[in-house]
Design a protein around this ligand. Structure first.
Ligand code: SAM
Length: 323
């Protein structure tokens, strides 16, 4: 019989760029919220919208029985989505030990909400590692390849240097089966740069998010390298750490070098407008209450909706079908 309890494997890396910049510490220190705290969040509708988008993406590109690698899995917030997709196996990797611990507790049902205990239908393994530094094909030698690699709100942390961005894509492509899917969500650099151009300052935002570039931004941007263009991102009740721009055309070109072919890219707004029209996804949106019920205070705010515009959805296919 398969042991459905997860176990923790830690690949500590000596020095980590992200540790120095506080990304791992930031995510590790964010404690799990209770249902009441979540509902009281100033970005509750944006969080629900993000969950709807990830659910639709999974529905579009994962099939029953798939093996899934979740890079930057965080606290395991997508485990239920994968369970609904009837996958057969799951490996989650995250640099933040506290988040991996939370994901493990969630998977094992060791939460405060014993009445909501969920028994997952697939075996899982959770790994604490910097997945933009550790060669996962070497570290996880005993693990078979995957049908889907998911990278939700995480890939941009690899774009601090070319080396890290390449390691990220090497990990994706070496862990995927031929024809496997690489799906994810990340900040939309085109939107961010456009918004920056529209202000005469080095920052912009609203009541829910703020993006701050340092003075070296334009110098770096025009030095020719698409890597290491850093800004500070603050999302109320969620994120407060450095991030890196991922110029999308450069991402597509680099991914192609690793045999990953772009099959879909949409800004969140475009994605919502398209898929909300489909009956089942429209139903799910209503059920999640992501856009609210239209009553004042229970509808996604303009500021949250603008926050959603900062992101895009992508899907790439591993192209070595003939191997
Ligand atoms: N994917 C989850 C989700 O959608 O809810 C978590 C997203 S959270 C915004 C970003 C996650 O990426 C954090 O859990 C963070 O620890 C993780 N992360 C950042 N850099 C990483 C790295 N180099 N290796 C592994 N995980 C990383």
């Amino acid at each position: 019989s398969i042991d459905l309890r997860t176990y923790l494997v830690c690949f500590q890396t000596g020095k980590s760029f992200l540790r120095e910049n506080g990304v791992a510490e930031h995510y590790s220190s964010r404690s799990n919220q209770t249902r009441e705290e979540r509902e009281a969040s100033p970005i509750i509708h944006l969080k629900k919208l993000n969950n709807w988008i990830k659910t639709v993406l999974i529905h579009l590109y994962a099939r029953r029985g798939d093996a899934v690698l979740d890079l930057g899995c965080g606290k395991g917030g997508d485990l239920i989505k994968w369970d609904k997709a009837s996958i057969s196996y799951y490996v989650g990797v995250d640099i933040a030990e506290g988040s991996i611990e939370d994901a493990r507790n969630r998977y094992n049902g060791d939460t405060d909400h014993a009445q909501n205990r969920k028994v997952f239908s697939f075996p899982a393994r959770l790994v604490c590692a910097d997945c933009y530094e550790v060669p996962l094909d070497e570290a996880l030698k005993d693990v078979p390849q995957f049908d889907v690699c998911s990278c939700q709100f995480t890939l941009h942390y690899s774009w601090s240097t070319e080396e890290r961005a390449r390691q990220a894509l090497h990990n994706v492509t070496s862990m995927l089966l031929p024809g496997g899917m690489f799906i994810g969500t990340m900040p939309d650099a085109n939107v961010i740069v456009r918004k920056l151009r529209d202000t005469d300052r080095m920052e912009f935002g609203n009541s829910v998010y703020r993006i701050d570039f340092d003075d070296k931004y334009s110098e770096k941007r025009f030095m020719g390298s698409p890597f290491g263009i850093q800004y500070h991102f603050h999302l109320e009740d969620a994120v407060d750490c450095p991030e890196w721009l991922v110029p999308f055309s450069k991402f597509v070109a680099l991914a192609e070098e690793y045999g990953l072919e772009l099959v879909m890219k949409q800004n969140f707004h475009e994605f919502v407008h398209q898929y909300i029209q489909k009956l089942e996804f429209g139903e799910l949106m209503r059920k999640l209450g992501a856009l609210g019920d239209g009553t004042e205070g229970n509808t996604i705010s303009d500021d949250e909706w603008e926050g959603a515009y900062i992101y895009l959805v992508f899907a790439n296919r591993e192209g070595n079908l003939s191997l």
